[in-house]
Design a binder for this molecule. Structure first.
Ligand code: PEP
Ligand code: MN
Length: 336
């Protein structure tokens, strides 16, 4: 249920109202300065009319979406997540770039220099790697987390790394600006519930076989816990095609933007798995309306310890960045 309050209601008055509703065993969440969402505790016994008599209430309507907090229905305006000086969401171009796996300080420094030089916002790199084979490199662990945090700070970039398990949170939360939840964990509900208790923004990737609704319900698990800083990422789904590693589902971008106010990004690196296809699909993602891209790059792409086939060279990355800025400007001009 969505409750609109009049603009004269002060912050304290709204807090008082929230306390009152909470005492009535509703789960209440602020959705904007003068809007409240009641996301649970609302059953058939509740008579909407009764709420009209609460102070400052001007309108009440039921929320039809299953994803109460993530839905456009509950919040019309795009969510813009601000981290340090960076804005994520809407038509701000947000670029996360870096290696698949953190391999060494030198490798990260080389990537950070190039990322900064061409205008990317965040440095990525996996310290805990979800590898298909247990015999493959599993990541540098906590040492890698500290390295990426230091290098990103040195170059004025945000740091992004993946967490696979809630036991890794203590090693990651103090150091990292954005926590990535990978495709394999998109529906790990106990992990999602733990993320709800944090303030750290979460980059939530779509699973290989996750529907839009399932992805949004996964975001809802994080949001209902209190963490509303969720960025969605389309990273390709499994189809019958084998030429590409996955099929980047560009329908997801406008479709999710109809359904949710949360920022939506694309990852053409995992979405194609093919180096030559990454820049064009990054452009296509921005043209489809995505708020940003995540791409993998490496100082020596063929030597990358993981996902070598999709790693961009620095030259290709630089060229891609200049194209993305142009595409973003053009799309911006259409939306005016
Ligand atoms: C990654 O970003 O390196 C990664 C493992 O992504 P995904 O979870 O989308 O496969
Ligand atoms: Mn990867």
């Amino acid at each position: 249920m969505l409750i609109e309050l009049d603009q004269n209601a002060s912050f304290e008055e709204i807090e008082e109202l929230i306390e009152r509703l909470t005492a009535m065993r509703f789960h209440v969440v602020r959705q904007g300065s003068h809007r409240l969402a009641l996301v649970s505790g609302v059953d058939k016994l509740v008579i909407i009319e009764d709420f009209k008599y609460l102070p400052h209430v001007i309108s009440i309507k039921p929320l039809k979406s299953k994803f109460k907090l993530a839905s456009r229905e509950s919040k019309q305006e795009d969510t813009i997540i601000e981290i340090k000086d960076t804005k994520i969401g809407g038509r701000e171009l947000f670029v996360i770039a870096g290696p698949c796996s953190i391999e060494s300080r030198d490798q990260l420094v080389a990537c950070a220099k190039i990322a900064k030089q061409y205008g990317a916002n965040a440095l990525r790199g996996g310290a805990y790697k979800p590898r298909t084979s247990p015999y493959d490199f599993q990541g540098m662990g906590p040492e890698g987390v500290k390295l990426i945090s230091e290098v990103a700070n040195e170059y004025g970039l945000l740091s992004v790394t993946e967490v696979m398990d809630m036991n890794q949170l203590d090693d990651v939360v103090p150091y990292i600006d954005i926590i990535q939840i990978g495709a394999r964990n998109a529906q790990n509900y106990s992990l999602l519930k733990e993320l709800g208790k944090l303030n750290t923004p979460i980059l939530l990737k779509r699973g290989f076989a996750t529907t839009y609704q399932e992805l949004l319900m996964a975001a809802e698990y994080i949001m209902v816990g209190g963490n509303h800083n969720v960025i969605l990422c389309e990273r390709g789904i499994r189809t019958f095609e084998t030429y590409t590693r996955n099929t980047l589902d560009l329908n997801a971008v406008p479709a999710l933007q109809e359904l949710t106010h949360l920022p939506v990004m694309v990852d053409p690196s995992h979405g194609t798995g093919v180096r030559s296809l990454v820049p064009v699909m990054a452009r296509a993602g921005i043209a489809a309306g995505a708020s940003g891209v995540l791409v993998e790059m490496h100082p020596n792409p063929d030597k990358s310890v993981s996902d070598a086939m999709q790693a961009l060279s620095f030259d290709t990355f630089g060229q891609m960045m200049s194209e993305l800025k142009q595409v973003n400007q053009l799309i911006k001009s259409f939306e005016k």
